[in-house]
Design a protein around this ligand. Structure first.
Ligand SMILES: [Zn+2]
Ligand SMILES: [Zn+2]
Length: 152
């Protein structure tokens, strides 16, 4: 688990019942939900939670640095609770499944000085693309899904 709730408690983030539900929905490994998905899941637990509350909470979590915004498909931003563990993403071009991955070595160090154009480079985002095992298998394609699946 990403221990998002524990980290937020440690940061003194005011945990109202609504904010707690947002944090609970986001907690976990390989979690990359759009704001609308966070809202839909939060509303299953707390039907009165508004979209604005969810968006505000997500904005605060990103500002705190406890949740990262990722855009792996060039469309909706996704929210990733593993901001405290630098990682890259492996994305299935078939069904959209996203996995957190950690390449060997420091991906920042891979860029040679001659390719930095004088930039003080501070961050890197790498997206590896391909087909997940379910989509690579012959037969009907896997149902499009960005649902979190059990690791393994
Ligand atoms: Zn797939
Ligand atoms: Zn991630």
């Amino acid at each position: 688990m990403s221990d998002l709730l524990e980290r937020l408690r440690g940061r003194g983030w005011r945990l109202t019942s609504q904010r707690r539900v947002v944090a609970e929905v986001l907690d976990g490994d390989h979690v990359h939900l759009t704001a609308d998905e966070v809202h839909a899941r939060a509303a299953r637990r707390l039907p009165e939670i508004s979209r604005a509350t969810v968006y505000n909470a997500l904005g605060e979590l990103v500002a705190l640095g406890e949740v990262a915004e990722v855009s792996t498909d060039g469309r909706a931003k996704r929210y990733d609770p593993n901001a405290h563990h630098p990682h890259q993403h492996l994305v299935c071009s078939g069904c959209g499944l996203i996995r957190d991955v950690r390449p060997d070595g420091d991906p920042l160090a891979v860029l040679p000085a001659a390719e930095r154009f004088g930039f003080a480079v501070s961050a890197v985002e790498i997206t590896y693309r391909g087909l997940c095992p379910a989509c690579a298998r012959p037969g009907p394609p896997a149902a499009p899904s960005n649902d979190v699946r059990a690791p393994g």
